[in-house]
Design a protein around this ligand. Structure first.
Ligand code: FE
Ligand code: CA
Length: 521
């Protein structure tokens, strides 16, 4: 129990004493609805999750919501006691940690338990009890000890799971791969209204603008049984992209709204994101701010540098007056070294983390395509064009990262990404035409629809650095790291509109330790 919870418990005990003789049921002596008092329905409708493992613990998450599609989850306006248990076996017979915490209405009755004191590099199982009900059992694991020698790490990475665009068959296959970690790289929800074109199922509320609306939107996604099964299968390590707030937002700019108005919406969206993700208190939002960037270590084998390219970015460059789209012709402002997609503070943190890392593999874990993608004007092929919504809008910041990889002799940098609703891999050069210093892998989208295949073919032809740009298939990426090599597979569904879809490997690549660049496996 935290200090603040202890203090409020004492205060509540004093309060209870002065009310001696009055019936306080169903409120327990410490001011909470007891874990045994019914809540008007099964409260674990949104499943359980674990996340952000350390060598001695992990975050165990749930949110109480007997009626998940209501803004308050169908919960009383009162704190509720939640019990949690962690065991060494899937039957939960050898319990090694347990406790109780408070799910408060201010936090949407979400629970984020930071379990500590566990052993490194092993599996655990966990579950919750509240309202006289017991949750399903989730599987978690701890990371290896800092610096420990590690033989193998299996990671799956996913992004862009628009609910209306398909079913989550990808997660069924992902779970069968038995990954140690699941990375989610952004667009966990989409904020749009209900009823997009070719929808296979519908969002259950209008475009969210406030905390209640975003809660209902997360609940719509999280009631999906295949998504719940993926959360229960392994720890998730999450970052966001734009649609967790609104399409293509950056900093305090979104959908043309007044910045003060937009920041109120961003605060609601960030709060709902925290409430629904297995994140640590260090990421707890404060008003419209939430520090999501962090590192995650896996012994001496891997470090994931998880970045946030939305919250701190400078304004997009080279916009014509009244321009709505993000396709730009090059201009001096684009290459201005003062501009940054990560913001000065996060960029300094990242460059410092890279210089310090002693990991064999260094995974820049970000939301979109990292390397340059030239989108030449088909009517005038001499004219280079770029999207200013990603790293191509901020190439100087990208160069500072690739330079740091070289100068600090960072061991085996690799880039993981999402956002473009395509499988993509390509070489990362240091500067526009410098040597290859890394490879990047964009792991498709779980459901969100991609660009026309003919357009993808044109773009690939214009960008020789890209080995793959496949927009027609949905799926995820699979990554196996050993000290000697990284193996990456793009796993593509036959049909994401079919909840029972089969899957197959679209492409597989190998990166050898000490040698930048990927080769087909
Ligand atoms: Fe997306
Ligand atoms: Ca996106």
């Amino acid at each position: 129990m935290t200090d603040s919870q202890t203090v409020s418990r004492r205060r509540l005990l004093r309060g209870a004493a002065t009310l001696a003789g009055l019936s306080l049921a169903p409120v327990s002596v410490w001011g909470c609805v007891s874990a045994r008092v019914p809540l008007g329905g099964y409260p674990f409708t949104l499943g359980v999750a674990s996340g952000d493992p350390l060598s001695d613990g992990f975050v165990a998450w749930t949110r109480l919501a007997p009626r998940p599609l209501e803004a308050n989850g169908g919960m009383p306006e009162a704190p509720v006691e939640v019990r949690w248990l962690v065991a060494e076996d899937p039957a939960m017979s050898r319990v090694v940690a347990n406790g109780r915490t408070v799910a408060s209405p201010e936090a949407g009755h979400s629970v984020h338990v930071e379990v500590q004191g566990l052993r490194p590099d092993r599996e655990y199982w966990y579950r919750f009890q509240a309202g006289g009900e017991t949750s399903h059992i989730g599987r978690a694991r701890t990371a290896p000890s800092p610096g420990a020698a590690v033989d193998r790490l299996k990671v799956c990475f996913a992004s862009c799971q628009k609910y209306e665009a398909g079913f989550y068959a990808g997660y069924r296959h992902l779970v069968e791969e038995n990954p140690d970690l699941i990375l989610f790289l952004g667009d966990y929800i989409y904020e749009g209204d209900s009823g997009s074109r070719n929808a296979v199922r519908l969002h259950q509320n209008p475009e969210p603008m406030d905390i209640g609306g975003y809660r209902v939107r997360y609940a719509t996604y999280k009631t999906d049984p295949l998504l719940q099964a993926a959360h229960a299968a392994a720890p998730w390590v999450v970052i966001w992209d734009d649609h967790e707030v609104v399409n293509d937002y950056g900093g305090d700019r979104g959908e043309g709204a007044d910045p003060a108005v937009f920041l109120r919406r961003r605060a609601a969206a960030y709060r709902a994101y925290f409430e629904h993700m297995p994140l640590r208190r260090t990421t707890l939002p404060v008003g419209p701010d939430m520090q999501l960037y962090r590192t995650l270590d896996w012994g001496n084998l891997a470090q994931f540098q998880l970045v946030d390219d939305r919250q701190y970015r400078d304004a997009p460059p080279c916009m014509e007056p009244g321009q709505a789209g993000k396709l730009i012709v090059d201009c001096d402002a684009r290459r201005d070294p003062a501009r940054s997609i990560l913001g000065g503070r996060q960029e300094a943190w990242l460059l410092d983390a890279l210089a310090r890392s002693e990991a064999r593999w260094n995974m820049l874990t970000q939301q979109t395509l990292f390397g340059q993608m030239n989108l030449r004007n088909p009517l005038d092929m001499t004219q280079e064009r770029f999207s200013n919504d990603g790293w191509d809008g901020y190439p100087a910041g990208r160069d500072r990262i690739t330079n740091r990889w070289v100068e600090a002799q960072v061991s085996n940098p690799l880039v993981l990404g999402g956002d473009i609703h395509s499988f993509a891999t390509g070489a990362i050069h240091n500067g526009k035409d410098g040597p290859v210093v890394a490879s990047e892998f964009v792991g498709g989208s779980i459901t969100s629809l991609g660009m026309e295949p003919a357009v993808a073919g044109l773009i690939k032809g214009l960008n020789p650095r890209l080995d793959v740009l496949e927009s027609a298939r949905r799926g995820y990426g699979s990554l196996e790291l050993t000290p000697g090599r990284a193996e990456i597979a793009f796993r593509a569904l036959a049909d994401a509109a079919d909840a029972d879809s089969t899957i197959s490997t679209l492409n597989a690549f190998v990166v050898e330790n000490g040698r930048a660049g990927a080769t087909a496996a």
